[in-house]
Design a binder for this molecule. Structure first.
Ligand code: KG4
Ligand code: ZN
Length: 338
């Protein structure tokens, strides 16, 4: 069964053809990073305009790469939220028009559900029930997943998402946008023990908080002029700041996942979302999994960040469950999963 997935929730235009919810036949992503990086973050109006330009070429390329015609598709799966409303509107309007004119069934997929089901692509996914930690630019949430469609939110960020903290700290360190990959690389050259930033464990709950950490980095930078390590006698420079910031984020994410495993008694964990591409987080999660005999499922790096293959993967289950979206489908900026 071939499904065409479409994701335009944020700043990437993506279309993908996936077979039976697991095998990627094509996955095309048109990135807008070059457009937004001069502003230090995503400009929503520019994002939606670029989606309008790219949606048709990206869908066309996804079908051509897969060698698929519209008549080969069992259905089309489109992300209808959460995300930037102008960006979502482009994907949803395009999908509705295409499905109407080509008489293809349409299903709607929650972006967070897509991130969870990215762990089923090109690898056998976990058995139910499992835990899912979604760490992205817009979300940091822990879910218990009992079956397809049965999601219970156990914790969420009370302020910044982990990826948002990466992007904001990168901006104040003068490292540009997006912050995650550049801080990840720079942290590898620094000493995480040289500076100590706070860890908001919030021991009474499974929620997260990253805004205090961001402020701590800001205060440190205000009283310590930014220089590379080599210009600061080998320590206390930007590499050490990046390493110390990353150590704080990773400590909190891994520790709280460990608490959740204990609390829920579930020994399978999916790690997904853009921050799941982080090298230190992947390493520490794997070490924790080995030590506690917990299975950790991490999508390949290119499937952690936004892509339409994950939308098609989740769309497969919607289609099989008989769900259908009509011409009245509307995007929703705040769309909870539970
Ligand atoms: O899932 P995603 O592509 O978009 C959202 O749904 O938000 O995640 C994007 C986020 C950005 O904040 C980016 O800085 C972060 O993922 N990111 C990373 C890494 N690669 C991307 N954060 C830490 N380390 C990385 N290697
Ligand atoms: Zn995402």
């Amino acid at each position: 069964m071939l499904i065409l997935g479409i994701d335009t929730s944020c700043d990437d235009t993506s279309a993908s053809v996936v077979e039976d919810g697991t095998v990627i036949i094509s996955n095309i992503i048109s990135s807008q990073t070059e457009i937004h990086k001069k502003y230090g973050g995503i400009v929503p109006e520019l994002a939606s305009r670029r989606h309008i330009e790219m949606i048709w070429p990206v869908v066309d390329e996804a079908l051509k790469t897969a060698g698929a015609a519209f008549t080969d598709l069992s259905c089309l799966a489109v992300c209808n939220g959460p995300g930037l409303i102008g960006s979502l509107l482009v994907g949803c309007s395009f999908a509705k028009a295409l499905c109407y004119s080509k008489e293809i069934p349409l299903v709607a997929v929650n972006h967070l559900e897509g991130h969870i089901f990215s762990s089923f692509l090109d690898n056998p996914g976990p058995a139910f029930p499992f835990l899912a930690l979604i760490v992205s630019g817009g979300h940091t949430s822990l879910y218990r997943v009992d079956a397809f469609g049965q999601y219970k939110e156990l914790g969420r960020t009370r302020d910044d998402a982990a990826g948002e903290a990466y992007d904001k700290v990168s901006k104040l360190l003068g490292l540009g946008y997006p912050g995650g990959p550049v801080i990840d690389r720079l942290a590898g050259e620094g000493n995480p023990g040289e500076i100590v930033f706070p860890r908001a464990y919030l021991p009474e709950s499974l929620d997260f908080s990253f805004s205090g950490l961001k402020t701590a980095v800001l205060n440190f930078v205000k009283s310590n002029p930014l220089r590379p390590n080599r210009e600061k006698g080998g320590k206390g420079g930007v590499e050490d700041i990046a390493a110390a910031f990353q150590a704080s984020v990773v400590d909190v994410l891994v520790r709280k996942t460990e608490w959740t495993i204990k609390k829920e008694g579930i020994r399978r964990v999916v790690l997904s979302g853009g921050v799941a591409a982080n090298s230190a987080l992947r390493k520490r999660m794997k070490e924790m999994g080995d030590k506690r005999e917990v299975e950790i499922y991490m999508p390949s790096l290119s499937l952690c960040t936004d892509n339409a293959a994950m939308i098609a993967a989740a769309g497969y289950h919607h289609f099989k469950s008989g769900h259908r979206a009509g011409n009245g489908l509307n995007p929703v900026a705040y769309l909870p999963l539970s």
